[in-house]
Design a protein around this ligand. Structure first.
Ligand code: HEC
Ligand code: HEC
Length: 138
């Protein structure tokens, strides 16, 4: 009994490692590390979301991912981004719908980040454009 179980577990592990050995009805590969986004999300939709993160924060994929392993959580920015995903979902699904008189809630990463990894918290900050010269330093 135990050895039969162990054998079938080994067979499943083997099947999972061979890309085309899975039957059509099998759920997505178990090594996928999605905790907020739907596990069965289409790859194209996933990459579209990831590219929207890049644009919203003004960063590259490597800002949140360690090279060569998108499923890894070793880069701390990735887990922060997970919390931000939950925050954004909660705003749109729970908090904004409680406010009367609004249209469809559509807060996105860009709503706050505006192309910056660290969003501004106050208006009137001095311009951050790198090529602006104030003249003070000659
Ligand atoms: C701001 C941070 C951030 C950036 C930038 C980002 N990602 Fe992600 N990525 C995440 C998070 C967070 C998850 C996990 C989401 C979850 O748990 O539901 C993820 C998951 C993924 C996954 C799924 C990995 C798995 O578990 O199978 C892939 C693939 C991926 N990202 C690719 C990319 C690519 C390609 C880019 C650049 C175009 C990119 N990411 C940019 C935060 C980021
Ligand atoms: C309601 C506003 C808001 C929304 C929406 C939002 N963020 Fe943030 N985010 C912030 C603020 C504010 C900080 C800075 C927190 C701090 O360090 O004080 C931050 C910080 C971050 C950081 C860490 C930056 C760093 O290097 O310290 C990441 C990564 C991030 N956000 C990703 C995202 C992603 C991805 C989304 C969309 C899923 C998102 N955020 C949506 C407000 C927001």
């Amino acid at each position: 009994m135990i050895s039969r179980l162990a054998l079938s577990a080994a067979a499943i592990a083997l099947a999972g490692s061979v890309a085309f050995a899975q039957p059509a009805a099998t759920p997505p590969p178990p090594e996928r590390n999605l905790q907020v986004l739907p596990r069965d999300i289409a790859q194209r939709d996933l990459i579209n979301i990831m590219q929207s993160f890049n644009r919203a924060l003004g960063v590259e994929c490597s800002y949140c991912h360690v090279a060569g392993n998108f499923a890894s959580d070793a880069n701390g920015h990735k887990n922060i981004a997970r919390g931000m995903l939950r925050l954004t979902q909660r705003l749109n699904r729970e908090l904004l719908p409680e406010i009367q008189g609004l249209g469809e809630p559509r807060v996105s990463c860009f709503t706050c980040h505006r192309g910056e990894a660290q969003p501004a918290t106050a208006p009137g900050a001095p311009p951050a454009a790198p090529h602006t010269h104030s003249g003070e330093r000659g």
